[in-house]
Design a protein around this ligand. Structure first.
Ligand SMILES: C[S@@+](CC[C@H](N)C(=O)[O-])C[C@H]1O[C@@H](n2cnc3c(N)ncnc32)[C@H](O)[C@@H]1O
Length: 299
């Protein structure tokens, strides 16, 4: 286990083998309503099938060549949620420090229970309890766009990357590679998100389930049909085609993520590249594949 730079406020020993190190300092770069909403979300979706973790993980990590990656590497997973990407990495690297400020960290304890090289930390992005220049790889997938000041948060995580180490992030894209029609459908959905994200927890979850069935599924079937009739290229132009090979569990989870989260920002490739350079990263490489945009940089 790595040494902490500050002492935890407490250590929670769970019924299973895991313990959670809790760092509850104030963080002004955190949207509490959003964090609480994720705490709820991840206690509902606290299980992911290992086959699906591997399949979707291969999409996020396609820009890392693990055959060249050092097995002794130490990884920090910022905003880990259920810890599914820490699970993905657990057989590929030495130790993973999975960190989240919400009660999701206790859901992560379930998913990572049998995996001794995953360590659980309850802390937020501005309070990472490790010295600077510590980690070979820092990942933050689907997190920084839910934080008020994304650049500041990125600067904070890049500080923890060792010199020559890497940082992999996934940020919601600004639809910069999409047609006007696609953007219009998408922005119409954002109108609904504004209201749905404000509903009480039970109503929010139920509404998002209905959206998964009545909106996601028809688009997914349409994209499958278009793929069948006109080929993959045209099928992938249909909104939500990304989900055509995903389980219903993942679709429900992402519908809740998309419509239930109060704070969400979107970034173009150019904006992401600029933020990464400002944070001290170079050799910035975007994956051209979905999910957009996931990108890696070297410190
Ligand atoms: C969409 S979830 C992604 C979870 C995980 N990375 C995944 O892809 O499964 C976003 C996560 O970011 C966390 N988060 C929100 N604000 C944060 C902050 N200021 N610092 C660290 N994590 C934060 C939330 O608690 C939530 O678990």
């Amino acid at each position: 286990m790595l040494k902490f730079s500050t002492n935890p406020n407490k250590v929670v020993q769970l019924d299973n083998k895991k313990e959670v190190f809790v760092f509850d300092s104030e963080d002004d770069n955190l949207d509490q309503v959003t964090v609480d909403s994720f705490g709820e979300e991840w206690s509902k979706f606290n299980y992911f099938d290992s086959g699906e973790i591997e399949k979707i993980g291969n999409e996020y990590f396609d820009i890392i060549d693990f055959s060249k990656f050092n097995k002794d590497a130490t990884v920090l997973d910022v905003g880990c949620g259920t810890g599914r990407w820490s699970v993905y990495l657990s057989s590929k690297v030495s130790n993973i420090y999975a960190m989240d400020p919400s009660k999701a960290i206790y859901s992560a304890a379930n998913l990572t229970n049998d995996i001794p090289n995953i360590h659980l930390i309850k802390a937020s992005v501005e309070n990472i309890p490790y010295e600077d220049n510590t980690f070979d790889l820092v990942i933050s997938l689907g997190v920084l766009h839910h934080i008020p000041d994304t650049q500041k948060a990125l600067n904070s995580i890049v500080k923890k990357v060792k010199k020559e180490g890497h940082c992999l992030i996934y940020l919601y894209y600004a639809l910069d590679n999409r047609s006007v029609a696609y953007k219009m459908i998408f922005y119409a959905s954002s109108f609904f998100r504004y209201f749905i994200s404000k509903l009480p927890s039970f109503l929010k979850k139920s509404t998002c389930d209905i959206i998964a069935i009545l909106v996601y599924m028809p688009f997914i079937y349409l994209s499958k049909l278009v793929k069948l009739l006109f080929g993959r290229k045209w099928g992938s132009k249909i909104p939500l085609s990304y989900y055509s090979n995903k389980s219903f569990n993942v679709i429900r989870n992402d519908a809740l993520d998309r419509f239930g989260t109060p704070l969400e920002q979107r970034f173009s490739k150019a904006q992401i590249e600029e933020m990464m350079r400002k944070s001290g990263l170079k050799d910035i490489t975007f994956s051209e594949k979905q999910p957009y945009w996931h990108v890696i940089g070297r410190k």
